[in-house]
Design a protein around this ligand. Sequence first.
Ligand code: DWN
Ligand code: SAH
Length: 405
Amino acid sequence: MKCRICTNSIEPFIFFGKMPIANGFLIENDFQNEFYFDMNTAFCEKCFTVQLEHQPNPDMMFHENYAFFSRQSKKMKDHFKEYADWVFKNYLIGKNDPFVIEIGSNDGILLENFSKKNIRHLGIEPSANVGNEARKHGVNTETRFFNTDTAKHILNKYGSADVILAANVMCHIPDLKNIAEAASNVLNKNGLLIFEDPYLGDMIEKTSYDQIYDEHVYIFSAMSIKNIFGKYGFELINLLPQSTHGGSMRYILSKKGSYKAEKIVGEFLLKEKKMGLDSPKTYEKFRKNCEKSRNDLIKILEEEKKNNNRVVAYGATSKSTTILNYCKIGADLIEYISDTTPIKQNKFSPGMHIPVKNYSNFIEAPPDTTILFAWNHAEEIMEKENKYTKNGGKWIVHVPNVKKF
Ligand code: DWN
Ligand code: SAH
């Protein structure tokens, strides 16, 4: 295969097998026609980008029935308020009529904080259903993919922007050359491109291989961001580690030459080198860790079954599609998956077809053991399920190691 960024010849270091659409929750009638692709992940030794060999067409993942609604987590609402306040304080305060664009604005969880301040804003969101939800919260949203055509449209209709923001979407977009060109066209001379995504360093350290699924075509590091966007006229001028989604990184980029990079950028590049994020050996070790994690998880779930324990999963996450299909865990080991998102309920999980049920089932008949698929929201969920735990309910988590407590 060719590196998606620098066309260098590369080979996958891990083959997860056939995978369905991670957010493709489905009804029984559709089992026969379910779509699968080969999920292989590769690392490029030249530009240091971790990437999928194949990614399904964006229209198959992002559409009017997209299943992920950002507002399901209270802590994420707080996070996005902080993100908005931070952007305002650092980059917008004192500006005359600033204009903020967000790529992948989903249900408006970030932009509503600008809307409430009467700041001019625009969300670019291809999934129509989540975009409709955003409009209900007063967020100006256009249903389309962000790309150079959209950039032209924005310039004609709204004019240029002071900042382009994004969260958990840059790593979804295969053609970053087009995105960089679009962002460069839309931004003012001193405009900034600011985005956060799951961080490669955390994924390697925690063996959180479930960050890899169809939508996540890249898992970024500071090294790869510097190389990728450096090729397309941007400079990484600052970064800020985040605890969200199991460890993320916020990257701040400007057009080349318009700002001076902060010291922390150089420090992180060095730190990543020390961690071996530039070395194929790191990814070989990661593959072995994934295999061990898979074996441990299957073993612990089989023991639960042997002991006649009722096991339910918590959170029908995109990440769990990778876990279930890679480990071949089905409804014989997990009774159902509890989730608060209406569009996921009374459907089946992609590929392994475990029923997804309303959270009320979990409350009404608590299981013996709960496997926490939404492990990235552990703090919020542990607080919320304090009673279950106090009453003797057990948990299984698989990150950073498989354990029961
Ligand atoms: O990058 C992405 C991130 C931001 O969100 C997207 N590609 C897709 C999605 O990934 P995910 O599905 O792995 O995200 P979450 O946030 O880990 O999903 C949590 C799931 O758990 C949601 O379906 C909501 C549900 N949930 C619940 O049932 N009870 C969540 C919480 C906090 C709860 O208390
Ligand atoms: N920003 C939100 C949502 C992340 S999920 C959060 O962090 O919670 C990714 C979102 O990006 C989805 O809503 C999806 O429809 C959208 N998306 C995917 N590709 C896109 C593209 N090319 N342009 C704009 N949005 C895109």
